[in-house]
Design a protein around this ligand. Structure first.
Ligand code: NAP
Ligand code: GDP
Length: 299
């Protein structure tokens, strides 16, 4: 019986499972609810996607909430899995966990080599502790639990919040509204930062693979290792949404980290032939999903 937490979210909704839950089904920050979930459904494997997730603005302005909710959810899920005899578990970390000041590219062994970037340190530390808990449980209880580190994910069913979302969903939503209302498109920062975008359905397939096949103590990075500038991303979104208005760059808004290039050689050594969805194609699918579902989107 495969349980996916965060099943109402972007990644969770793309993963195959027997049971998917969202926060309205079980509040994972509440131990009693988590224990009930495992007692009732008795999962044998778990892909733990649920998290309090946000873009740079949410991470900077709600640090207490990001820390508390994530550390509680992760601690509860991993402990309930142990108590209820779950055989395999995959937990989601993020490239935010990496130190701000560390030699590039980012690789699995560098997670704890210095403090994370100040803009998302609360979220990053809560996620780092998930790695610590899994390593501790592997050592003490001999459990085959693992964690994965995807880079910047985008896709259908994302949180398309104009302020709290990540860059891809926020931009798609804002560009769509600007087109409909004949307004200018406002974009945060300078457009210079680089990010490695990965399509949610690719992450879903890779995490299903990891659940069945990956057994190392160390997490595994899920990434294309291909960097795209925010400026190039904006050009693709503008073209796909056929937006003809003016672009206004809000330079006073934060850029966040300039880049966080990852080393995906471990993943490549396991899956040398994995075909990643090209960014333009993934954006096309995401935008088409957005337009077909608007206004019934998560925002
Ligand atoms: P998402 O779309 O924001 O979905 C989050 C999910 O977590 C939703 O299903 C939500 O349920 C659930 N959730 C939040 N609080 C909960 C609570 N208290 N109790 C139970 N469920 C709760 O997230 P995502 O973008 O798919 O991310 C999936 C995983 O990948 C997360 O662990 C995230 O940290 C990691 N990750 C994401 C990115 C990215 O760029 N998005 C990058 C790297 C890693 P409701 O919707 O029902 O409230
Ligand atoms: P992160 O910085 O990798 O954690 O993720 P984000 O998705 O929040 O931001 C990535 C980059 O996109 C940053 O350089 C932002 O300045 C830039 N950006 C441009 N417009 C937006 C926007 O509307 N929302 C967000 N979140 N970021 C934006």
């Amino acid at each position: 019986m495969r349980l996916v937490t965060g099943g109402t979210g972007m990644v969770g909704s793309a993963i195959k499972a027997d049971l998917k839950i969202g926060s309205k089904d079980y509040d994972l920050t509440n131990w009693v609810a988590v224990n009930d979930l495992f007692e009732k459904h008795k999962p044998s494997e778990v892909i733990h996607c649920a998290a309090k997730v946000g873009g740079i603005w949410g991470n900077m302005n709600y640090k207490g909430d990001f820390y508390r909710e994530n550390i509680l959810m992760n601690t509860h899920i991993i402990e309930a899995a142990r108590l209820h005899g779950v055989k395999r578990l995959v937990a989601f970390l993020s490239t935010c966990v990496f130190p701000d000041n560390v030699e590039y590219p980012l690789s699995e062994r560098k997670i704890h080599m210095g403090p994370p970037h100040n803009s998302n340190d609360a979220y990053a530390y809560a996620k780092r502790m998930c790695d610590i808990q899994i390593r501790a449980y592997r050592e003490q209880y001999n459990l085959n639990y693992i964690s994965v580190i995807p880079t910047n994910i985008y896709g259908p069913n994302d949180l398309f919040d104009l302020t709290n979302g990540h860059v891809v969903p926020s931009l798609i939503h804002r560009c769509f509204l600007a087109r409909e209302q004949g307004k200018d498109l406002e974009i945060w920062g300078t457009g210079k930062p680089l990010r490695e975008f990965i399509f949610s359905e690719d992450v879903a397939r890779l995490s299903e693979w990891a659940l069945d096949n990956y057994e190392e103590d160390e997490p595994i990075i899920l990434s294309t290792s291909k960097e795209t500038s925010i400026k190039d991303l904006v050009e693709m979104v503008v073209e796909l949404l056929q937006f003809k208005g003016k672009l206004i760059w809000l330079k006073e808004k934060p850029d966040g980290q300039y880049r966080k290039p990852s080393d995906n050689s471990k993943l490549k050594s396991y899956l040398p032939d994995f075909k990643y969805t090209p960014l333009y194609e993934g954006l096309k699918k995401t935008i088409s999903w957005f337009e077909n579902n608007y206004p019934n989107i998560r925002s």
